[in-house]
Write a protein of this length. Structure first.
Length: 317
């Protein structure tokens, strides 16, 4: 098993250096097969992974993190846990209720909005997905904006900056969920908790409206895209982060996985073999790239990691 190192960062279906981006479509490609765009907010280059599934979706375009950044986050979480313990406080939250502000983006003619039932069903999916970890989600408000530029928003763009600057509500502890017909074929993307202090207005999750329960983005239309991206928002990596290495996704009880898995293969593949890497690939984990119907839960180690990240970067901020 891999060593627990409580950093949290490849999120939504993605991971990011300063603006996390997640999943789903063609991004401008560099010569080595990765994607490279510039973060409109900071001007810094963002290097994205590029994984296209056999169904044509890029389930996630994750920004690559440096080992230095990973170590910095790990050290900060560990240090903050020590400070809380030293003050006699409980080391981490072990769950709670997260307020969700939903921002619906339509095009200029008013097309593209989900139904209120779809939004409510998505909240239900989130509550079912995170119930075992002690987290619940409550709809704090919904607003609708007609804007054709924001309607096809992409990560790191001026449209993303403008949209989030205008619409974001609440504190670091509150989830802002943006629904749009996002461009480049993406399913969604997310920021990470440790980015909040630097860019609070950019914090949140953006997903393809068609990925909501009952949407048209089959096999990704049961609501698991939001579950996955919120996992990044809470500080999780993908299960295949690091591939067949000891540290992997920095969670000890998710078996090592060489690369993302698509579909829902049976039996489970085992891409990291030998005594050092026990267990088959965790294809039913919410942080892999499998079909929505294949995703069934998180591990106890991921639960601990989410608690640590949320407590360090979001609670009371």
């Amino acid at each position: 098993m891999r060593t627990v190192s409580r950093i949290a960062w490849i999120g939504a279906l993605c991971i990011a250096a300063s603006v996390a981006t997640s999943c789903g479509g063609d991004l401008p490609s560099s010569d080595d097969g990765s994607s490279s765009v510039t973060d409109d907010l900071t001007g810094a280059p963002i290097d994205f992974e590029k994984e296209r599934g056999p169904d044509g979706f890029v389930r996630c375009a994750a920004a690559r993190l440096t080992a230095t950044k990973v170590s910095e986050v790990d050290a900060e979480i560990t240090r903050n846990e020590g400070l809380r313990a030293g003050n006699g406080a409980t080391a981490n939250l072990t769950g709670g209720t997260i307020k969700v502000y939903v921002h619906v983006i339509e095009n200029a003619s008013g097309a593209g909005a989900p139904t209120s039932a779809q939004i409510n069903n998505q909240i239900t999916v989130l509550n079912n997905s995170y119930k075992a970890q002690g987290w619940s989600f409550t709809l704090a408000g919904t607003d609708t904006t007609k804007n054709s530029t924001w309607y096809t928003v992409t990560p790191g763009s001026s449209a993303e900056t403008a949209m989030k600057t205008a619409l974001r509500k609440g504190t670091a502890a509150d989830l802002n969920l943006y629904l749009a017909n996002i461009g480049q074929g993406l399913l969604g993307w997310s920021t990470f908790p440790w980015d909040y202090s630097k860019s609070p207005k950019m914090d949140g999750v953006v997903i393809l409206t068609a990925s909501l329960p009952g949407g048209s983005a089959a096999p990704y239309n049961l609501g698991a895209t939001a579950t996955h991206e919120i996992g990044h928002w809470m500080g999780l990596y993908h299960t295949f982060q690091g591939g067949c290495t000891k540290t992997g996704d920095s969670v000890s009880d998710t078996p090592a996985e060489k690369a993302a898995t698509f579909g829902c293969p049976a039996p489970n593949p085992d891409t990291c073999t030998g005594n050092k890497y026990p267990g088959v690939d965790p294809i039913h984990n919410y942080m892999d790239y499998t079909d929505d119907s294949c995703m069934t839960g998180f591990t106890s180690g991921q639960d601990t990691r989410m608690d640590s990240s949320y407590t360090t970067y979001r609670a009371g901020k």
